[in-house]
Ligand binder design. Sequence first.
Ligand code: 5AD
Ligand code: SF4
Length: 353
Amino acid sequence: MRPAFAAALAKGVRTHMLSREEVALLLRAEGEEAAALLRAADRVRAGYLGEKVHLRAIIEFSNYCGNNCLYCGLRRDNRLLFRYRMSLDEILAAARQARTAGYRTIVLQAGEDPAYSAGELARLIRRMKDELDVAVTLSLGDRSRSDYRRLREAGADRYLLKHETADPVLFARLRPGTTLEKRLERLRWLQELGYQVGAGNMVGLPGQTIETLADDILLLQELRVEMAGIGPFIPHPDTPLAGAPAGSLEMTLKVLAVTRILLPYTFLPATTAVATLAPDGRQRALQAGANVVMPDLTPPPYRRHYALYPGRNRPVGEGTASFAWWVQEMARMGREVTADYGHIPRGSGSAHG
Ligand code: 5AD
Ligand code: SF4
C-alpha cells in the first residue's frame, strides 16, 4: 500500500473527515488498496451499526412518470413500456401482505405520477400507519412542499430523493427541465418537515469523473442524510443512453465503502442495481459498508414492468425471496435480520452530529 493511501484511509476511519483529494485518492484504489478500503468500511459498519441488516419491503405502485431522465426506462418518451397504476386498495393489500410476511418498513415507490393526489396518498399512509403498525418510507420524486407536508402529517416517516449526481451540469443534461439546485432545495424541505431523509447517486454515469463521485460523497455528508442509495448506472436499451457502458461493480463498492467511512451511522442499502451486476453483488455490498436490503414486494403481475434498467426485476437467485429466505441468507453471512422499525437517529448523517 502506498503511504499516502494508507494515511488517507487511516484518517478517514479515525476522523470521518476527508478532503475532496483524499476521497478521490481512496476511490482510485486498485488491488490490495481496494481490498483494504472495503475491509475498513466493513469494520466501520460493524463498529457503529453492528451485524443487523434491516429489511425494507418495496412496493412500486405506478410506473408512469412525467419526467424524461435520459438514463431511466420509465422516462416519459419510452413508448415501449407497458404502464400500470395500482389502485389504493391494491397498494394497501400489498402492504398488508408485506407486514404479515414480517416486514416492518414499507417503501412506497413510483415514477413522478400526478394521478395520485396528495389527499389520496395521505389517506393511504394514515391507513397503513393505523392498521399495519409499520414505518412508511416514500420515494415519489419531486412534489410540492405542501404535498410533502401533508404526507408527513399523515404519518410518513422517511423520504428517499436521490440527488443522482452532484455535478450540476451533468444533472441538468440527464434530467431535462430540472436542476440540482431545486433537488437540493427539496431535500432541505424534507428535512425541515421532520422526515428521515435519503439521497444518493449513480456510479458510472456517462460524463462522470472520480472527482464527481467524491463530490457525491461529500454532498451526502454535508446534507447529513440518514440514508443513501448508491448503485451502478445500468444502460437501458429503450433510452438515449442505451449505448453507454454500465458502471462497474468495483467502483460502486468503493463509493459505498468511502460513504460508510465518512457517514458511519447512515443507512446504506445493498441496492438491487448492485445485485443485478453480479450474482454476489448484494453480498459484496453488505461486506463493504451496506446494512439494508430492500426486497421487491410489488405484486408479480406488475413487478416486471417497473423496468428502470434491464435485469432489475430478477436479481440472480432472488426470484421468490421470502422474509424467511432473507433471514437465512443473512445468517449465512453472519448477519442478523431485525424485526424492529429500523428508525435512524436524527442527525446521524455525521459522526459529529
Ligand atoms: N441505472 C441505474 N439506476 C437507475 N435508476 C434509474 N435508471 C437507472 C439506470 N439506468 C435509479 C435512479 C433513480 C431510481 C428511480 O432508479 O437512481 O433514483
Ligand atoms: Fe421518472 Fe425517476 Fe425514472 Fe427520472 S429516474 S424518469 S423521475 S422514474
